[in-house]
Design a protein around this ligand. Structure first.
Ligand SMILES: Nc1nc2c(ncn2[C@@H]2O[C@@H]3COP(=O)(O)O[C@H]4[C@@H](O)[C@H](n5cnc6c(=O)[nH]c(N)nc65)O[C@@H]4COP(=O)(O)O[C@H]3[C@H]2O)c(=O)[nH]1
Length: 878
């Protein structure tokens, strides 16, 4: 960018240094440059120097062709200003013109002294400036009047006091009386005055401190600006001409005469006088011709200002031509060359500098830009990386989230399926559960309502499953349930629904039944299928079931009712000993209601003191001696009379009353035995039945200990009866409880032995005192080989293990005989005594010898064959 301006500058400088040809005095300015010199007078000696320069070739040598024109005062200024002449001659008034707006330049003052004087007739008496006050003075133009006025001013005479006549005056004006004084130019007027010198007085302003120049060569500012060399040449040639003229006045007078256009101009004497005056005014001997003193010009300016002709703060700048300006001379080729080289070198340096600077700047800018770019790039890369990482993270998160969501969805679906399945199917058997069963039943009812056919609901409950579960454990129970489910599934039709209603309850919904006999067929099939032998943990089981059947639309028109009816019928079947089916009958409802009423009144029974304890004696079979008694619960119901435990215990277990009732039994038995002991001296133990719920309660041991403590009954007189299943349910816990009881001295008997599924190997580790052979074995012991074998084995086993064994339900002599023959020495049963209320027990104890004797008499009679087996059964209720 900068190269072009620099190139232009260099070219301009080079052109400048070579544009102007070198000047020298010896080498004239080429001819043809014509300039006009305007004189303020006709040809007279005032023009001598110019004529000499022109005619002696000084102008020509400077390359100038100078045209000299004659004129009048004032004309040179107007001619030069108008451009008709380039040079002119005037007075110090040039300063006045310059300051008042005419761009004139003083080239060279020729007269160091002003030629103007004030001339008056001698008779006027004007000899000094003060004499001029109030006199008429012809002052002429500003060119001529300034010195006179300045003098008056300096002398303290206000120009106002002088009656100025503003036109040039002559001697004639004085002599004619037109003026008292005239301002006259010595050069013009003095030769004439000289002839009659005594007639005139002359006042010279110079004598009064007015130091103006006279005959000043001038030019225009434009000429100097456009042709400075020409101005210098003109000055040099003109001064040279004047040198010559002053030194050769006669030659010049001749030359002037030849040129003269006026009479005076041809008057050689006049011209000679002029030459003398001029020589004096130039101070040629002491001052160099053309010498220009700026201080004098300043003084002249101040004078004009003091006269009010110009402003006091005027400027003389550019007014004076300096012939020797402090500028470089181009006059030598060497200098120009050197200058050119300098210009070139400097230019080259400048170019290099500028270029370097530019390059440095560009490099800097480029570096900055590159840095910036690098920063941007880095930033961008960081940004891209950051964004990429963020995106990757996000996409990873997204992928993870998607896969997680998929997994969750899959899991949800799975869970949903599982939930659906769980909500509809029994996880153990895979059969429809209670909900789905109900739903299916409702649909079946709906379909049947349309088709007019029958729906049968078979409600099955496995007999004694609870016992199996408690004895063999839940896992075995579960397996058993699965096996039962499998068997049931194997024969039901596809159109029927088999489901598990809960626990050991199964439901079979039979649809589209046309023949009622089909229901019975299915019920029997079910019983047979379940009753088939089952192997569980190496044990042979025979599972039976109780089935209740309800029929749509006979027993009910909705699922709920049908279920209730079938349930009731099932309980009926259970009540009948199980392993059978029962169709629902309406009166069954009444029984269910009765049970409910019983449950609520049992709650009150405890508080109402309606519970009783009966005691059944236990005897030595051989002697009939009372060896103990079993406390048996009774409920003296206000309307129903005496209610047996077979009815009380299930209700109490169901409604949670079994624990408080059990505690009541324990406390009452201990208390009453203690009283018996005190009153009758009876010291046989009392056996108290403990329910499974009581047994698993952790504070059983504490309860017993507290009761013994409270009643004061010795622990050895208390026997706790528990069943096999209670022990097998949690062997370790049972062991801990039983050990603690034994440690206390309490006796432990296993009740209903033989009906459960206890492992004999486990039994031997338990701290038990006695086995009680269940009366179901004793019942047919004399007639059933199996029962006889089992009973015999149990007796043998107990004796082998060092345990007491007592037979329950001994009702007749045959049983007694068998038991005694097989080594059972203790017994309990109606043969000896039914359960007795406590007052009757007292009587029994008192007459025990008689009773025992009676038993023995019976036994004797049996042995003697006087009595047939089974004929002497006692009334169970005593
Ligand atoms: N057929 C027949 N039966 C005889 C004969 N001798 C006695 N019995 C009956 O056999 C049951 C013997 O009691 P269990 O086996 O412990 O069986 C008891 C016992 O397990 C339970 N029980 C009785 N009282 C309580 C009690 O206070 N608490 C608990 N948890 N259960 C009790 O109720 C069951 C039934 O008690 P009970 O109805 O009083 O029935 C008694 C008794 O009346 C006989 O020669 N022939």
């Amino acid at each position: 960018m900068l190269r072009r301006p620099i190139l232009i500058i260099v070219l301009v400088l080079l052109a400048g240094s070579w544009a102007f040809p070198p000047r020298s005095a010896a080498r004239p300015t080429p001819a043809g440059e014509t300039v006009v010199l305007q004189l303020p007078w006709p040809y007279q000696f005032s023009a001598a120097g110019f004529v000499a320069a022109a005619e002696k070739g000084f102008y020509a040598r400077e390359g100038l062709n100078v045209v000299i024109r004659e004129g009048l005062p004032g004309r040179p200024v107007s001619q030069v200003m108008a451009g008709h002449a380039q040079y002119g001659v005037s007075t110090s008034a040039l300063l006045y013109y310059r300051v008042t707006g005419k761009p004139l330049v003083v080239v060279a003052p020729l007269f160091q002294k002003s030629p103007f004087v004030i001339v008056s007739l001698r008779e006027s008496g004007i000899t000094k400036p003060h004499d001029l006050a109030g006199r008429r003075i012809m002052t002429g133009t500003p060119e001529t009047s300034a010195e006179a006025l300045a003098m008056l001013h300096n002398e303290g005479i206000s120009p106002v006091l002088v009656r100025r006549i503003p036109r040039p005056g002559t001697i004639d004006d004085l002599t004619s009386g037109r003026a008292d004084a005239i301002v006259a130019c010595q050069v013009n007027e003095l030769p004439a005055i000289d002839r009659e010198r005594s007639r005139f007085n002359i006042i010279t302003p110079g004598h009064y401190g007015i130091d103006f120049y006279g005959n000043v060569i001038f030019t225009s500012h434009q000429e100097l600006k456009e042709h400075p060399e020409r101005v210098a040449a003109f000055r040099r040639a003109s001064i040279a001409g004047w040198e010559y003229a002053l030194n050769h006045p006669d030659e010049l007078i001749e030359r002037l005469v030849r040129r003269a256009s006026t009479e005076r101009g041809r008057d050689r004497a006049y011209l000679a006088r002029q030459a003398m005056i001029i020589k004096q005014l130039t101070l040629h001997d002491i001052v160099e011709l053309g010498h220009n003193n700026p201080d004098r010009w300043r003084h002249i300016g101040d004078t004009y200002a003091s006269l009010g002709m110009i402003s006091p703060d005027h400027s003389l700048t550019g007014f004076l031509y300096d012939p020797n300006p402090p500028r470089f001379s181009w006059n030598h080729w060497g200098v120009r060359l050197a200058a050119s080289i300098c210009v070139l070198v400097l230019s080259a340096a400048l170019v290099m500098l500028v270029t370097n600077k530019r390059l440095a700047r560009e490099v800097g800018e480029r570096r900055r830009a590159e840095d910036e770019l690098a920063r941007y790039r880095n930033h961008l890369e960081e940004l891209v990386e950051e964004r990429t990482n963020a995106l990757m993270e996000k996409s990873e998160e997204l992928v993870n989230a998607i896969s997680e969501r998929r997994q969750i969805k899959a899991k949800l679906l799975q869970n949903e399926k599982r939930l659906t399945r769980l909500s509809q199917y029994d996880p153990l058997t895979g059969l429809p559960n209670r909900l789905l069963l109900r739903d299916r039943l409702e649909h079946a009812i709906e379909r049947s309502s349309r088709s007019g056919k029958t729906v049968a609901l078979l409600f099955m409950d496995l007999d004694r499953f609870k016992k199996i579960n408690e004895t063999l454990g839940h896992e075995a129970g579960d397996r058993l349930l699965r096996e039962m489910a499998r068997r049931l599934k194997s024969f039901v039709r596809r159109s029927d629904t088999l489901g598990r209603f809960g626990g050991d309850e199964f439901i079979l919904v039979l649809e589209q039944i046309e023949d009622f006999r089909f229901i019975a067929v299915m019920a029997r099939k079910t019983l047979e299928s379940l009753a088939a032998e089952t192997q569980l943990d190496g044990q042979q089981l025979f599972v039976t079931a109780s089935i209740g059947i309800s029929v749509y639309p006979v027993d009910g028109s909705d699922a709920e009712t049908l279920l209730k009816c079938a349930d009731t019928a099932m309980y009926r079947a259970k009540g009948l000993g199980g392993n059978c089916y029962q169709l629902y009958e309406h009166r069954m409802n009444a029984r269910a209601h009765e049970l409910l009423v019983m449950e609520s009144s049992l709650h009150k029974s405890l508080r109402a003191g309606e519970l009783r304890l009966f005691y059944q004696p236990q005897v030595d079979l051989a002697t009939g001696e009372l060896i103990g008694m079993e406390a048996l619960l009774r409920w003296q119901h206000p309307t129903r009379g005496l209610v047996l435990p077979g009815e009380i215990i299930p209700i109490a277990e169901d409604c949670g009353l079994i624990v408080p009732i059990g505690e009541w039994v324990l406390r009452t038995a201990c208390r009453q035995l203690k009283e018996l002991q005190q009153h009758c001296g009876t010291a046989v133990p009392v056996a108290v039945n403990v329910s499974s719920r009581q047994f698993v309660k952790t504070d059983l041991v504490d309860t017993i200990a507290r009761t013994l403590h409270e009643t004061g009954l010795p622990p050895r007189l208390l026997e706790i009866e528990i069943t096999e299943s209670m022990i097998m349910h949690d062997l370790d816990a049972a062991l801990a409880i039983l050990s603690e009881l034994r440690r206390m001295g309490v006796r432990i008997a296993i009740d209903d032995f033989g009906t459960g599924y206890s492992s004999l190997s486990h039994l031997k580790h338990l701290p038990i005192s006695r086995l009680k052979i269940d009366r179901s074995f004793v019942r047919d012991v004399a007639t059933n080989a199996n029962d006889a074998a089992i009973t015999g084995a149990v007796i043998f086993l107990a004796r082998t293990m060092g345990l007491e064994v007592i037979a329950e339900g001994v009702e007749n002599a045959a049983q007694l005989d068998f038991l005694m023959r097989n080594g059972c020495i203790l017994g309990q049963g109606y043969l000896f005594s039914p359960p007795l209320p406590v007052d009757e027990l007292v009587t029994f104890i008192h007459g025990r010898c008689d009773s025992a004797a009676t038993a023995l008499a019976v036994l004797q009679a049996f042995a003697d064959g006087r009595l047939a087996a089974g004929n002497e059964e006692w009334d169970g209720q005593g």
